[in-house]
Design a protein around this ligand. Structure first.
Ligand code: SIN
Length: 286
């Protein structure tokens, strides 16, 4: 009988999984994991023994690595990014603070991100998640119809543009800014999940800079409304890390935010992304 246990973290998003060894999964185990992933969008798998090689092997098993721009990886494993904050760092700012969805400025952003905890602070350093499919469900029919007709413009400018200061706060990560203004990328505002066919709001405060054919000033009030809706407490969960926790999130329908509340403590994570497809518009799906 399967020993896998799946316990929802909140009513909105996230499940904690125990009794699973991701390095030795049978096809049946993987089917259970995938089903929990599509139901809960964020799965937090406890007590895993992983390193860069096994994390990469799992990432390949789940669909192959995505392209990681701007962030330096491990010398032997360039697709594995060490997310490190040392106890001695001057800035309290942690990598990934601020609600976002990973790399939405890419033509085909990652489908999933995997984050493995090597070393965690005694307290703090949690990661928060929100459910963008549930946010879509909260829209009025009129606003949902309007948003289905809109395209959003995404850019890395705020984090990795020539004037971005994120890298100045990360003493122990390798971050390279774009020398020129980064290219802009257009994606539908309402997308359809390629596996579950569920509709999702798909904007985020870090990379979505405006709606197509509108100015930033015109776009920002509606983007603010939508980003605030997305992170309503009833649409979120909070993952508390332990060494050996592996969390995997669905980048096609969630935002996440790391908390900068552990200055003076060390935190080390290993991060990979699974390659994704270009987001599909909900316009043609009724
Ligand atoms: C990330 O945004 O990819 C990192 C999140 C975290 O370190 O908690």
């Amino acid at each position: 009988m399967s020993k896998i246990r799946i316990n929802p973290v909140t009513g909105a998003i996230g499940a904690e999984i125990t009794g699973l060894d991701v390095n030795n999964m049978s096809a049946a185990d993987e089917a259970v994991l995938e089903s929990a992933f599509h139901e809960h969008l964020v799965v937090c798998i406890r007590d895993q023994k992983m390193d860069a090689a096994t994390l990469l092997a799992l990432t390949n098993r789940l669909g192959g690595v995505g392209e990681t721009p701007y962030l330096g990886g491990l010398p032997e494993f360039p697709d594995v990014v060490p997310v490190i904050k040392e106890a001695t760092e001057k800035s309290h700012h942690t990598f990934g603070a601020g609600w976002h969805t990973d790399f939405t400025f890419q033509p085909s952003p990652p489908s999933r991100t995997l984050l493995y905890a090597v070393d965690v602070p005694a307290v703090g350093g949690d990661t928060l998640y929100c459910n963008l499919q549930a946010a879509y469900q909260r829209l009025s029919p009129g606003l949902a119809r309007l948003l289905e007709s809109l395209t959003a413009v995404h850019s890395a400018v705020r984090s990795y543009g020539p004037k971005a200061t994120l890298k100045d706060h990360m003493e122990n990560m390798t971050i390279t800014n774009e020398a020129d203004e980064p290219e802009e990328m257009e994606h539908p505002v309402i997308t359809v999940h390629p596996v579950t066919q569920r509709k999702s709001l798909w904007i985020n405060p870090v990379y979505t800079i405006r709606f197509k054919d509108m100015t930033e000033a015109e776009s920002q009030p509606l983007l603010n409304y939508l980003n605030n809706l997305a992170v309503s407490p009833s649409l979120t969960c909070r993952i508390k890390w332990q060494p050996g926790t592996l969390t995997m999130w669905d980048n096609r329908c969630t935002q996440h935010c790391a908390t900068s509340d552990y200055q003076g403590y060390r935190r080390e994570m290993l991060r990979t992304t699974v390659a994704g497809d270009a987001p599909r518009s909900a316009k043609t799906v009724h």
